[in-house]
Every structure is written in C-alpha cells, then in structure tokens.
Design a protein around this ligand. Structure first.
Ligand code: GLY
Ligand code: MN
Length: 427
C-alpha cells in the first residue's frame, strides 16, 4: 500500500471515537440506469472509502479493528470482491488487490457483539450503531479537512488543467458563440491537460442565464454586451477544482463594470482573510457587507450595509454562501465544526460551512451578485425590502444576469495561497 494511504489510516485510527467498536467503510455498488439499458451511472467509490483506499472498487469494504492496532496492517483490512469474467469482458476490469470479500463474514463473526460504525455506503447485512456512526462520520470528515501532500499535488494538477481550459475562453467569447461551444472547448482543454473528467456539471450561462446559479449550458448564443458566467473545473483522480469567471461580450456598460468590481474587490479581500483561526462565517459576513456597500454606492440598495445584511437583505442579490471546502469532490469536508450547531442568525442562512479555518484546508471563495427574477419579482420580498432596494433601478436590470468570481484557496500558516491564481480575472 502507498505510504500516503498508510499515513492516513494511522492518523484516522487515532482520531476516530471508536473505543472498542469496529469500523466498516463501504465503497458502494453501481446504480443501474432506470431504462434497463445494461448500463449504470458512472461508478464512484464513496469518498470515505476512496480516501482510505485510493480505489474505485464496486462492492469493496475496508474494515478496522482498534484491538488489532499493533498488527502489521495496523488493524486495517481491505476486502475486495473477486472480479467476474463478465466484468473482465465488458469493462476490462482487473482484480483489485486485497483480501477476498468472502472473508468479511468470518472477520465479522470473530467480532460479534461489538458495536459497528458504518461509514461510506452502508452494508445492508450488518446492523450499525447509528449514534456511533454519526459521531465517527463527523470526526472522519473533520480529520480529512487538512489536505495532505498527495491531495495537494492532485489539486495543483487539477488547477493547471482548469487554467488551460479557461485560457481558451477570452479568444472565443464574441457575439454568436453558444454556451455549448464554450463548454465543449473548455472541457476539451481540461482533458488535454490531464483531467480525468469535469469535476461537476460545467455551468456556462450567457445573458440572463448568468443569474441561474447552477445553469446547464444550452444552445443559446451570447449577444454583444452580455455577461457570460463560467463555473467549471477539471478533476484528476477524484480531486476537483471549482472556478468561476465572468466575462462580458465586447464592451461592458458602466453598470456592469461597477458590479464586476464590487464582486472582485469582495473576493480579493475575502481571500486575504483565509488564515488559520478565522471563522468562515465572519469572512462570509464581511464579504456580504462589502458587496452591499458596493450596491448602495451604485444606487441599487439603500441603508447602512451592516443593518441591511443583519436583515438578510443581501440575499436578494447574494443568495448563496461565500464558498465551501473543495478537494475530494466539489463539496468535500464542508459542514460544521464537530459539536457545533447551526448559527440561527438569518444573515447566515445560506452558509455551507461554519468552522474556523486551519492550515491545509482548501476552500472556494466565490462571492456573487445577481439579478434573479425569481427572487426580485417575489411580492413578499418586494414588500419586506421595499425601502432597502431601489426597485425601479432593479427593474431595468432584471435580465442582466450576474457576476460570480471564484478561486480555490489553500490556508497556510502564513499568507493564503490561491491555487487558481493563474486564471485571469481582469474584466
Ligand atoms: N461549482 C458550483 C458550486 O460550487 O455550487
Ligand atoms: Mn463552488
């Protein structure tokens, strides 16, 4: 087994709250497509299993017994199914190294009566201790948050592939180019530069589509003067970068330029705040206050930025959190610090994580300001925020789309490192 995997297992054996319990982590099974086409959704081992094995192994189970901690493998056993002839013939699969899965039953019988923490994709045949499982999952997630050297190397490679894709875009963005054409060129460059797949469904939205947070690219052609928002990233061996850039087709209007610079300034300041010990919610709130300040200066909102944010008025234009953790998957270890419950302040409703940052964490910083008709045409919001917003000005921009700018930031003991800094963000 690779050194980095042994190191992870040793570290987790010490971090997990197992006492005398045993741990099982399942890879999961393929999910067939519903229409009986002899095909499955692309198989991905559960991230908790992948972290411990580095393997895509359908039906695999990794087990740990803390009583065997002092044996050669430190108490860890990787059980793998025997590859079938059908899998060899149709999929070209080869045998994953490990202990035959058939031996799991006797491993479990020898430990009968002990509590089981069941992570990854659960095994239906084994009864788990649910509260223990929940505590163990929380601790595993927390222990995975600081990225090790192997993970950072993959993230740097994924960032380089992503940068190559984005480098293509400025030369392609002109009136008439479709969202689909941009997606094709972007993803092709990711692959040409080593990506194993796009890290998530690429988002390419032109004009009003730039205000749809998870827009799927369409055949729509961009027009002169429109925003084009691209949120995409390459993945290498399950490690994902998540980057957003917003462009204008041709010359930006003064309003577009101002909006862009409000978001860019908030992003750059938020990045500088990503240091060990900083509370993520404070970074989020500071960015919200700064962007609301920008909207007040532009004449879009009215009032003092802090009080507008305290009343949640920022969510009219900034309806999502400042970011999330990224790495082994596009949300990786996001969530709350173990033992922390959700902060009830309305201004924090949209946050995907609530924890203090620490060295080794990789987070996205992705502020955005959008004109989203579904929010801005809502009568209840118009009534609640009637004095906070210059509604006639908003009316003029309901089809403007929006701006999001996103980088992936490595928290270090010193200054934050922007892993995606090579992707230009001047308008
Ligand atoms: N890249 C899309 C998201 O973070 O939601
Ligand atoms: Mn993101």
């Amino acid at each position: 087994m690779s050194d980095f995997l042994s190191a992870r297992r040793t570290r987790l054996a010490a971090a997990l709250p197992l006492d005398d319990a045993i741990l099982l982590v399942g890879a999961g099974l393929p999910v067939p497509l519903p229409e009986g086409s002899d095909q499955s959704y692309p198989f991905r081992s559960h991230a908790e299993y992948y972290y411990l094995t580095g393997q895509e192994c359908t039906g695999g189970v990794v087990a740990f017994d803390p009583r065997d901690r002092n044996t050669r493998d430190g108490g860890w056993v990787s059980f793998v199914p025997e590859v079938t002839e059908g899998e060899r013939v149709w999929e070209g699969r080869t045998q994953t190294p490990g202990t035959p899965l058939a031996a799991l039953e006797s491993w479990l019988s020898a430990r009968r009566g002990r509590p089981v923490a069941m992570l990854g994709a659960p095994l239906r045949t084994v009864a788990a201790d649910d509260p223990l499982t929940q505590r163990t999952r929380e601790q595993l997630k927390h222990a995975r948050r600081p990225k090790d050297a192997h993970e950072l190397a993959l993230l740097r490679r994924a960032a380089a592939a992503t940068a190559a894709g984005y480098a293509k875009l400025p030369g392609l963005i002109r009136p008439g180019v479709t969202e689909r054409a941009l997606q094709i060129e972007l993803e092709a460059e990711f692959f040409r530069h080593g990506a194993t797949r796009p890290g998530y469904g690429s988002i390419v939205g032109s004009g009003p589509n730039a205000a749809v947070l998870h827009f799927e690219p369409s055949a729509r052609a961009a027009r002169a003067g429109e925003f084009v928002l691209v949120d995409a990233g390459g993945e290498i061996d399950r490690y994902v970068t998540d980057v957003t850039r917003t462009y204008v087709v041709g010359e930006p209007s003064p309003f577009q330029r101002d909006l862009y610079h409000v978001v860019l300034a908030a992003e750059e300041r938020a990045i500088t705040r990503c240091v060990p010990g900083a509370e993520w919610k404070d970074i989020h709130l500071a960015a919200a206050v700064e962007m609301v300040g920008g909207l007040v200066a532009m004449g879009v909102m009215r009032g003092t930025p802090e009080s507008l944010v305290a009343q949640e008025a920022h969510t009219l234009f900034f309806p999502h959190g400042l970011g999330h953790m990224v790495g082994l998957g596009v949300r990786d270890g996001s969530g709350t610090l173990p033992g922390r419950s959700k902060d009830p302040r309305p201004s924090l409703r949209t946050l995907r994580m609530d924890l203090p940052l620490a060295a080794g964490y990789v987070v996205t910083v992705e502020p955005g300001l959008y004109f989203i008709p579904a929010l801005l045409n809502d009568p209840a919001r118009r009534d609640r925020f009637r004095d906070a917003v210059n509604w006639p000005l908003v009316e003029q921009h309901l089809d403007l789309g929006g701006v999001r700018i996103e980088d992936n930031i490595l928290v270090t003991p010193g200054a934050p490192e922007n892993l995606t800094a090579a992707i230009p963000k001047a308008l």
